[in-house]
Design a protein around this ligand. Structure first.
Ligand code: AGP
Length: 655
């Protein structure tokens, strides 16, 4: 988690603050900046970047490191916020990730050092400081290390023969990172020279070379996204007017730049909060995604035997919905695993498995790690993400982009609904695949040299378990029975027809301490996602169950104070769902029913929310919207900020 930006260039402080504001979606409980003006300086704040901005507004510098934090070790406070400083004040660093062995490192190398914070990070500048002193004082053991390093040479302390080309700080920095266990993206500046040192392991960073030199935890922090270099994993380096990058054996890495156009639209456009704006953008987000997908094709292995979905949070709920779509209509067995569980369990991967990794941000550490694990087991991997050029797109075999536009609010709304739309299209592709609606890529390469298909794609196919052929699945025909009128009804959805039904309800329930949500089949998944949405931003306890599970435990909680949301969008399940409603109302509980059916007796219910009637396949997209709006309304009524819930961040970049 956390955001890093470090700049070498004119007006670096102002630009660093502006970059940090763009990175606030990665964490926003505290922040800090260090800069050099002959000497090192530092300022930190608890809370939003705007507070830090005030503290540094008239200061100028051409060398900075900045950080916005999401606390892992130690409470959010000025002391625990980054940059962290070595005991001698000579090294300052910012860090994303977790140093798992920081206690051992303190014992092994840093006896007698004083630490002022509760963080794991503080060992890093101290280790660099210690190793640097060792090198300069030239004790024999360090000479050995130095001989083994890129900057080898005989060492004679201050009379060192190699002094002209030897960067002792880079050597000390490498010695320090070699000791670290866990995950890290680190940027360090020092009192001795004006260079910036950086390293990464399992935590992304990009370098941008324009008129300024910038290191950033992701491209969203950059104004100018041209000429960016994605730092490969397990590398380190040094930046001055240009930069050098090395692998763990200190071999130089070739630099390849990419150009990215687009970025986060940081405008509220008249809305009070991003969340409300993003809910109202749902129809448009789906329309843009539809336009990008229709007529497109997708490269997949032939003969898929199973689909493995791996993701987190809301994206996991989208995968549960996909399992239903695909098993019902494409008849391919699916498994959905939460990414953090996938990393730490032994999963049985069948031959011909397609791995689908869903991530709005494309930067979620658990999902990225899972993707790498699945790839190493020979799985052909498809990423579904909203962010072009995000890290997931760089490591997956193939990608489908959602076009929801920037989602700034921590709670995912338009991205979730767009994910569901993409997953319906994936179902369509898979049915097409079974119907032979594809062409074999090797044939395509032979017949049409101009097509953008590389030989690499074929060799990729050969490395996947059992997937001996990659095919291009064509999405020309609709295999799900969705008409153009159905699509027009969805993309023309008027959110205000749902919105205007909710104020009366919210006035009555916003002070409640807990809510239950239930549903059957697709509606049960909507209950799970609705429950996550409410608790995530309003801090009210919620839980979600399939209707039939109530009587196996939760019913004991139901009394006249209970509010139970019941989602009912499948006609075949009306009888069973209304049974659950009776079980609740007969115990005095209050049911808020969300349905598109107006031909059933819901007079027992405390409140009914009427959904627009759309093609049945789209009902999961529509039935979640009342929960988006209810969460938003409750949260704002409680005086909380829906865009930045406490303890959370938009992009969870730590495992
Ligand atoms: C959604 O409201 C949450 N903020 C969270 O569960 C999120 O979906 C999860 O962290 C996964 O993020 P990703 O889709 O960017 O990978």
């Amino acid at each position: 988690m956390c955001g890093i930006i470090s700049i070498k260039g004119k007006n670096a402080i102002r630009k660093t603050i502006s970059g940090l504001k763009k990175l606030e979606y990665r964490g926003y409980d505290s922040c800090g900046i260090a800069w050099k003006n002959k000497k090192l300086n530092i300022k930190k704040s608890k809370g939003y970047i705007s507070i830090l901005e005030e503290k540094v507004k008239n200061i100028k510098s051409e060398l900075t490191i900045g950080h916005t934090r999401w606390a892992t070790h130690g409470v959010p406070s000025e002391l625990n916020s980054h940059p962290h400083v070595s005991m001698d004040g000579k090294f300052m660093c910012v860090h994303n990730g977790i140093i798992e062995n920081y206690k051992e490192l303190k014992k092994q190398f840093l006896q007698g050092y004083e630490f002022y914070s509760d963080t794991d990070t503080e060992v890093i500048p101290n280790l660099v400081s210690k190793f640097y002193k060792d090198l300069v004082n030239c004790n024999p053991s360090c000479c050995n290390r130095r001989r083994n390093s890129k900057y080898s040479g005989e060492c004679y302390g201050s009379k060192c023969k190699c002094a002209s080309y030897c960067d002792d700080i880079l050597t000390a920095f490498k010695m320090a990172i070699d000791q670290l266990k866990g995950s890290f993206a680190i940027v360090l500046i020092n009192d001795y020279n004006d260079k910036i040192y950086f390293a990464r392991h399992s935590s992304p960073m990009v370098i941008s070379k324009t008129k300024d030199m910038i290191i950033c935890s992701d491209i969203n922090g950059l104004d100018d996204k041209s000429n960016t270099f994605y730092l490969p994993d397990d590398t380190y380096g040094v930046l001055d007017n240009d930069f050098e990058v090395f692998d763990t054996n200190s071999k130089p890495i070739a630099i390849k730049y990419s150009n990215y156009k687009g970025g986060i639209e940081n405008k509220l456009s008249g809305y009070k909060h991003y969340m409300l704006k993003e809910i109202y953008e749902i129809p448009n987000a789906i329309e843009l995604t539809k336009d990008a997908l229709y007529g497109a094709s997708l490269t997949l292995p032939k003969n898929i035997s199973q689909i493995l979905f791996v993701s987190c949070g809301t994206s996991y709920h989208a995968s549960l919905m996909a399992k239903k779509y695909i098993e019902n209509f494409a008849h391919i067995p699916c498994e959905c695993v939460i990414a953090s569980e996938f990393i730490s369990s032994n999963n049985l991967i069948l031959p011909n498995t397609l791995g689908v990794f869903i991530s709005q941000s494309g930067e979620t550490a658990d999902t990225l790690k899972s993707l790498e694990k699945a790839k190493s087991q020979g799985v052909y991997t498809l990423a579904i993400t909203n962010v072009q050029n995000s890290h997931i797109t760089l490591i997956a075999d193939t990608t489908v982009l959602m076009r929801a536009g920037a989602e700034i609010c921590v709670a995912s709304t338009k991205a979730y609904t767009t994910q569901l739309f993409v997953l319906l299209q994936l179902t369509n592709y898979l049915i097409g695949l079974q119907q032979g609606n594809f062409r074999i890529i090797s044939e395509k390469i032979q017949s049409k040299k101009q097509d953008k298909v590389s030989e690499g794609e074929i060799s990729k196919a050969n490395t996947c378990v059992g997937a001996t052929e990659l095919v291009e699945v064509l999405s020309k025909q609709d295999c799900l029975g969705i008409s153009s009128d159905d699509i027009a009804n969805l993309t023309g959805l008027d959110i205000s027809t749902i919105d205007k039904q909710l104020d009366n309800l919210v006035d009555k329930i916003y002070l409640h301490k807990q809510f239950h949500l239930i549903g059957k089949d697709y509606d049960y998944i909507t209950a799970m996602e609705g429950s996550l949405k409410i608790k995530e931003i309003s801090y009210i306890f919620t839980d979600a169950y399939p209707c039939g599970e109530l009587k196996h435990g939760t019913l004991s909680l139901i009394d006249e104070n209970s509010i139970v949301f019941v989602i009912m969008t499948e006609r075949d399940l009306i009888a069973k769902t209304t049974n659950a409603i009776h079980e609740i109302t007969s115990r005095g509980g209050n049911v808020v029913c969300i349905t598109q059916f107006d031909d059933i007796d819901l007079s027992d219910c405390y409140y009914v929310i009427h959904l627009p009637k759309l093609n049945q396949l789209f009902m999961p997209i529509v039935s979640i919207i009342p929960f988006h709006l209810i969460s938003y309304k409750i949260t704002t009524k409680l005086g909380l900020n829906p865009d930045k819930p406490r303890n959370l961040a938009k992009s969870v970049t730590v495992e």
